[in-house]
Design a protein around this ligand. Structure first.
Ligand code: NAP
Ligand code: GCO
Length: 264
């Protein structure tokens, strides 16, 4: 049956930073497709509170706290999943931060922190998880890239540096691991309505107008839009897709821009 292509029954998923936003949408979608969902976060309270939200859509999550930038913490967390749930089949490197500060004003430590979470951490977690995927000859890794994997914009130098690097780390994982039947791809969301973009979307912020005019779909994306793309990349349907970034942006990257009133 064609539906079997998207059936994740029997698969174990880890979503880093999965207690809300895009990570939660991905966890809910893959959980409703039958997968066992393991949710990571750095905040114990959020790990506790997210369980009820997942349960609302019938997804019973295994939660665990670890800091994705800390190798020892990651090793302990993955070992806990392997001991108590099983070896990970699908890894979603979703955890991320952003600091919107112009280069000349940004502390080096802040630049390094964004690189650590958004680029080094996917390396750390993937390096810990991949060996068992290689051993069993199956694995899917989804790296949360961004439109800023290909675009810059004022004030997001650290974030764009990390997301640009993550696009090519994804390509390199493909080069080294595809022969073991691992598929490693990125998702590049456009502007999605989450806590991370609330400061530039809410309260009449002018950036909201920019997003609305630059997005041919004339709307902000919803976390579920990204969750749906993740289901494709987590499923058998994408077994010959590797090293790519799937942009989920309502058409922004296809659009140079338009004159207001023209062809409205
Ligand atoms: P978000 O609401 O800020 O969620 C990010 C998650 O990552 C949070 O759960 C956060 O936990 C977790 N996290 C941060 N640092 C961590 C660490 N050291 N260890 C473990 N977990 C950590 O962001 P979002 O909007 O859902 O975005 C999720 C991903 O999509 C990010 O990688 C982001 O860069 C990317 N993205 C977002 C958009 C967008 O428009 N929203 C577009 C493109 C790409 P706490 O809340 O407990 O700190
Ligand atoms: C910003 C936004 C973006 C989005 C996303 C776009 O300040 O420009 O936060 O970076 O988060 O990454 O794809």
């Amino acid at each position: 049956m064609i539906q079997d292509l998207f059936d994740l029954k029997g698969k174990i998923v880890l979503v880093t930073g999965g207690t809300h936003g895009i990570g939660m949408a991905i966890g809910k979608t893959l959980g409703q497709a039958g997968a066992k969902i393991c949710v990571n976060d750095i905040d114990e309270a959020k790990l506790e509170s997210c369980k009820a939200e997942y349960a609302e859509v019938g997804v019973d999550v295994f939660t665990l706290k670890f800091n994705v930038t800390d190798e020892a913490d990651v090793d302990a967390g993955i070992s806990k999943i392997e001991d108590e749930v099983g070896s990970i089949d699908i890894l979603v490197n979703n955890a991320g931060i952003i600091k919107r500060v112009p280069i000349l004003d940004m502390a080096i430590s802040d630049y390094r922190q964004v690189i650590d979470v958004d680029l080094v951490a996917p390396f750390i977690v993937s390096k810990r998880v991949a060996p068992k995927m290689i051993e069993k000859g199956f694995g899917k890794i989804i790296n949360m890239c961004s439109m800023m994997s290909v675009y810059g914009r004022n004030s997001v130098s650290a974030y764009a540096s990390a997301k640009g690097g993550l696009k090519l780390l994804t390509a390199n994982m493909c080069c080294e691991w595809a022969k073991h039947n691992l598929q490693i791809n990125g998702i590049g969301p456009g502007y999605i309505a989450t806590a991370q973009t609330a400061p530039i979307r809410e309260g009449g912020h002018p950036f909201n107008d920019l997003v609305m005019t630059r997005t041919p779909a004339n709307r902000w994306g919803e976390p579920e839009d990204v969750g749906n793309a993740a289901l494709f990349l987590a499923s058998k349907a994408s077994d010959f897709v590797n090293g790519q970034v799937l942009y989920v942006d309502g058409g922004i990257l296809a659009n140079f821009g338009y004159v207001k009133g023209e062809n409205d």
